[in-house]
Design a binder for this molecule. Structure first.
Ligand SMILES: Nc1ncnc2c1ncn2[C@@H]1O[C@H](COP(=O)(O)OP(=O)(O)OP(=O)(O)O)[C@@H](O)[C@H]1O
Ligand SMILES: [Mg+2]
Length: 313
């Protein structure tokens, strides 16, 4: 076992290029034991590449990483024995039942026969799949398939689990259920490293790294990230979004305007002071306003704001 103060995951300028494209750029991270660490980023940010390097499946082109105290390049087998990895496109065997899938993965990971049944039973209950144990995996709902994939990932009781967008494409109810399982694992002391494109999931993490074009642009607790965005936030629903955005962008006191669905998020230095000016400007441009209210910035806005700043640099 590693001593308690050893970080579970540590990377030092970890880099991966494909031809001349940099997928992960000098990533330096430290994840402590027992954390739920979130890797948040848009498509192509480098999340999967990072996770594959940490799981010792893909070698870095530069820099290095240790997982559970072992070097990913020199000691991949020690790492693989201690981690669980749920890839972005996890392959269950559709023709096999829930039970048979678990047995299959128990075989792969060398789970001893004596422990196997107890472990399967516990995981089935954990994932609330006991009722479905004889159903073929192909006939499960999307959310249940994800839970089964997680159960297969947990069959050898890993101390660190890597989950690559585990809930993408799953309905909100199943997503919440899936997270309840993750929280239980967290309470049992397992270290979780989760990539996600969803901001609400990022808020559940102990710390989050925002990744953009291969680089981590911030790595903090969610509340710290939210604190980083400047100003106060007004949320409004105008009838002509693009024109409204145009009208407001250059008003005094307006720091930033983001479009969000049919809403505008306007960051201002002082919400109480600027709200009347904003209302007047819209009214002068003949844009009607359905709602306007002050709200607390969430991860989503912080994320967009940080990425917009980075992209414009
Ligand atoms: N095997 C590969 N060969 C060439 N380029 C690759 C390879 N794997 C990844 N890339 C490139 O590296 C960059 C990062 O990809 P990666 O899959 O790590 O991103 P991601 O954050 O996981 O994206 P997504 O949210 O779409 O899964 C992308 O530009 C991608 O095209
Ligand atoms: Mg990916």
């Amino acid at each position: 076992m590693m001593p308690d103060d050893t970080p579970t995951i540590q990377t030092d300028k970890l880099t991966r290029t494909f031809d001349d494209r940099v997928a992960v750029d000098r990533l330096s991270l430290r994840v402590e034991r027992g954390e739920i660490f979130g890797l948040l980023g848009p498509d192509g940010a480098g999340k999967t590449t990072t996770i594959r390097m940490l799981c010792a499946i893909l070698d870095p082109t530069d820099g290095h990483a240790t997982v559970a105290g072992f070097d990913t390049r020199r000691e991949p087998e020690q790492i693989k024995a201690r981690i669980g990895y749920m890839p972005q496109h996890f392959s269950l065997y559709g023709d096999l039942t829930v039970d048979e899938n678990l047995t299959f993965f128990a075989d792969i990971f060398g789970v001893r026969r004596g422990e196997r049944e107890a472990q399967k039973k516990e995981l089935l209950e954990f994932a609330r799949l006991t009722r479905f144990r004889d159903r073929r995996a192909a006939h499960l709902s999307g959310g249940m398939q994800k839970k089964l994939a997680l159960a297969c990932t947990l069959i050898h009781r890993p101390e660190i689990i890597f989950l690559d967008e585990p809930t993408t494409g799953v309905d909100p109810v199943s997503r919440r259920e899936f997270w309840q399982i993750l929280i239980r694992l967290h309470l049992e002391g397992v270290t979780l490293f989760v990539s996600t494109p969803y901001m609400d999931e990022a808020e559940r993490c102990s710390r989050v790294a925002l990744m953009f074009q291969g680089e981590v642009i911030i790595c903090e607790q969610p509340r710290e990230i939210k604190r980083r965005i400047e100003g106060e936030l007004l949320e409004l629903r105008p009838d002509r979004l693009r024109q409204a955005r145009h009208e407001l962008s250059d008003l005094p006191g307006v720091l930033e305007v983001q479009t969000y669905g049919d809403l505008l998020h306007v960051f201002v230095d002082d919400a109480a002071e600027r709200q009347p000016t904003i209302e007047r400007a819209l009214s002068a441009a003949d844009i009607s306003l359905q709602t306007i209210r002050q709200t607390r910035p969430r991860m989503e806005q912080a994320f967009i704001s940080l990425i917009q700043k980075r992209a414009s640099e």
